[in-house]
Ligand binder design. Sequence first.
Ligand code: HEC
Ligand code: HEC
Length: 247
Amino acid sequence: MTPGLAVLRNPARAWLLAAWALVLSACACEPVAPGSAMAHGLWLREHPQASPSQSNFYTCSTCHALTAASANARILPGAPLAGAIARPSFWGGQVRDLLPAINVCRFWFMDAKQPWLPEQAEARAVWAWLEVAAPALPEAVTWSAVGSISDVPAGQAAAGAQVYQAACANCHGKLHSGSGRISKQAPILPEEFLAEHQEYSPQDRRLIGIEKVRHGPFLGYGGRMPPFARQVLSDAQLADLLAYLGL
Ligand code: HEC
Ligand code: HEC
């Protein structure tokens, strides 16, 4: 079994229980649907309410652009969403169906305790706009989780500044100050990371930094930062980034 499959096993089990809890409690709490299903879906894409968790600070658009062009040179951990409805598989082939693929994001990143079920208003709403956004990129997206972590060669800090801006700044804000960060939960880099890991040697801290970027919350790391696959962030870019971060 690939490490990625093991990654996705636990939430699947949690959701089975969650789905039953939902059926049994027959919750009468209706979501607020602004206008049509389409409008509701677009609203869900841009609002943290795509998860009911008070502690969620992400929207779908934090990590996904609509198309590769609309990513505007940003390095986003998630694939463009246009065309997703027509793709044969998701998460690098680990997830067969679209709604479970979305629920992976909601569970791991957005702290949603219960998956959207197919008949639910939210699921239908997301479908409504995804159907319209269908034509682009209908083939499966190449994505593979990086399993075991190894060091990367020394990089260039100047190039790393650009990588940081494109891949990390949206959530972590400016280097050294964190100004503009998405939440105080995203640590100020590198200071808060160094303070958290002062008992480690510089070499081990570097490897921990690499592991965080490659695994996100998966494979035992925890937290809610998304993983960056090599398809979106190469080892050379990561090397430059580490030089910029001083790790
Ligand atoms: C914190 C970042 C993050 C957030 C927030 C997030 N995702 Fe994802 N999503 C990812 C990553 C990383 C992947 C795995 C790489 C990939 O396949 O796109 C992924 C995968 C997916 C996929 C599978 C894409 C494919 O073709 O493999 C879909 C569909 C998806 N997300 C939809 C959503 C929707 C809808 C939301 C909002 C409800 C959302 N995501 C929120 C990061 C995120
Ligand atoms: C979508 C938002 C998001 C993006 C993009 C993001 N991070 Fe994070 N990062 C977080 C959050 C939230 C945390 C704190 C929670 C956690 O550990 O997952 C975090 C934590 C970290 C940590 C601390 C890990 C620890 O154990 O103390 C490091 C280092 C880090 N991020 C580096 C990066 C780098 C480098 C990039 C760019 C490649 C990046 N992050 C991109 C949201 C993000």
